[in-house]
Design a protein around this ligand. Structure first.
Ligand code: ZN
Length: 213
């Protein structure tokens, strides 16, 4: 997810390597070898756009057999998110149909990534909030989306430890947006068919213009 608010949050140099090095130094990826500078350079993955089927696919729960793949993938997902720059990225957006997403609102402009393995929304507030959203898979497209204002999320971290968090504001919207991706749902699916089709058509047109140079 990358909203306009998010682009303000990400008014930092989009230097994925520096961000990853800082995060690795801070030890968020406990038990993971600090990747080399070369690995960082290679780490950024292409972000898929509609109508790529991975964006609409059913994702599979991360299991014990996926541990090595997930430990390999998460630093790449973070590098991809920081480089975009964005504040969230779900595995289907890079073609991996696992229930896995990363989020970082960069509070105080330092990386504070949350790695969500098998996240689940367990409670939502009765009150809703409207917030402008964007998406790294729908570059340049923004719209107001109405969602529950607060959510309670259960997930596992990279070490397989059960975690939970209560979120409001931008984080609540971001978590719902990323967990939607794991169910093949894009933010435009929360809009009227008219608005959704307008955004998807505009995206295709802009991408064609971009490809034509
Ligand atoms: Zn998104």
């Amino acid at each position: 997810m990358a909203s306009r608010q998010a682009s303000m949050l990400s008014a930092r140099p989009p230097d994925a390597r520096a961000a990853i090095e800082r995060s690795a130094r801070d030890g968020y990826i406990a038990g993971m070898d600090a990747p080399t500078a070369d690995a960082h350079a290679a780490a950024v993955l292409p972000i898929l756009l509609p109508p790529h089927p991975a964006l609409r696919a059913r994702t599979r729960k991360v299991g014990p057999d996926d541990a090595a793949a997930v430990r390999d993938l998460v630093p790449r997902m973070l590098a991809t998110m920081y480089a975009a720059p964005g504040i969230g990225l779900a595995a289907p957006q890079v073609g991996v149909t696992l229930r896995l997403a990363v989020v970082d609102l960069m509070p105080e402009d330092v990386p504070a990534p949350i790695v969500l393995v098998n996240p689940e929304i367990t409670r939502v507030s009765e009150d809703w909030a409207v917030r402008e959203e964007g998406c790294l898979s729908l570059p340049g497209q923004y719209a107001d989306v109405n969602r529950p204002a607060r959510v309670h999320v259960r997930y596992h971290d990279l070490d397989g430890k059960a975690q939970e968090l209560e979120a409001e504001g931008l984080l609540a919207a971001c978590l719902q947006h990323e967990i939607d991706h794991l169910d093949g749902v894009l933010f435009v699916d929360h809009l009227s068919a008219l608005k959704r089709n307008m955004i998807l058509r505009r995206l295709v047109k802009e991408q064609k213009q971009k490809a034509a140079g």
